[in-house]
Write a new protein. Structure first.
Length: 309
């Protein structure tokens, strides 16, 4: 009796698995109950770069799938209507942004201006994005939000409750990422100080290890071009769209006038600064490089402290 019951259970299990496999392959399609994001809870600092959740894991669900945001809710469970209605002007790109574009008109041949929800979703794969232009702290306040996502295919539709939780804070009004050093340097310290909230200047100071200022004439932009006769310097002369509009060297710092912020002009992008010295400063060759952007207008002081033995 025990054996026959066991065999019966196995047969029922086989029938069930066969039925499931048939459901996946049927003309009606299959919509998996295991749809999910790989990282269902993320912390984000908005207002600087494009933020993405990554595509939803679809577990062999029949394609094509259609994804929409069904609702966004605050931490106390209330529907976040202000967030749902918050839209921003951003760009969809048809060609690569290189950073070598000289005019806005040249940029505009590569992109299309669109008005999109600040928190958006790719309808084909469920990738949730927050655009870098989402900077309104009154409409998108700091805090945690949960996002319900509706998924549809030929099998039907399902709302995945709290599919993604985002913990929103705001990015600093600048970005900085150390990239590298070469030669007789052990490192650099870079600080950004917004001295005045309005204006269009950047003051650049480079300091030796004793705190004294380096004459900017002793530093040269590193040439990234491999084409003979073509220069591609990554330095303070080259900040995109013909910036700076004025470049002035003083014995202890640079003063740069900028046509407008953010810098670079394209939100979410960065500029590379790569400076070289052949030995006058510390007795030996070195260069350093880093990526940066300045997102808000003002008079900014950028201080680069050289570290060496």
């Amino acid at each position: 009796m025990k054996i026959s019951i066991k065999i019966t259970c196995i047969l029922w299990l086989a029938v069930t698995l066969f039925a499931i496999s048939c459901t996946k392959d049927s003309s009606d399609g299959f919509l998996s109950p295991a749809l999910k994001y790989t990282n269902p809870s993320i912390k984000v600092a908005v207002g600087a770069s494009l933020i993405q959740s990554g595509a939803m894991v679809t577990d062999e669900s029949t394609k094509p799938l259609e994804f929409t945001i069904d609702g966004i809710y605050t931490e106390d469970g209330k529907r976040a209507d202000k967030v749902m209605g918050y839209k921003v002007d951003t760009y969809f790109w048809q060609a690569e942004y290189t950073g070598k574009e000289k005019t806005v008109q040249e940029l505009d041949t590569k992109r299309q201006k669109v008005n999109r929800p600040a928190i958006d979703i790719n309808p084909e794969n469920g990738n949730i994005v927050i655009y870098p232009e989402a900077t309104d702290t009154l409409l998108l306040t700091k805090g945690k939000y949960t996002i319900d996502v509706k998924v549809k295919n030929s099998s039907g539709e399902r709302v995945i409750k709290a599919a993604l939780t985002i913990d929103v804070s705001y990015a600093l009004p600048y970005t900085y990422r150390f990239s590298g050093i070469d030669g007789k340097l052990t490192g650099i310290d870079v600080t950004f100080e917004r001295q005045v909230n309005t204006g269009n200047k950047i003051l650049v100071y480079v300091l030796k290890k004793d705190g004294s200022a380096v004459d900017p004439k002793l530093l040269f932009g590193y040439d990234y071009s491999s084409t003979p006769g073509v220069t591609d310097l990554k330095d303070w002369h080259n900040l995109g769209l013909n910036n700076p509009t004025k470049y002035t060297e003083f014995p202890d710092h640079l003063e740069l006038e900028i046509a407008g912020f953010p810098l670079p002009f394209v939100a979410g992008q960065v500029l590379r600064i790569d400076m070289y010295n052949n030995g006058e400063i510390n007795g030996d060759y070195f260069n350093y490089w880093f990526d940066m952007s300045i997102l808000k207008e003002g008079i900014w002081k950028v201080t680069i402290k050289l570290k060496y033995n």
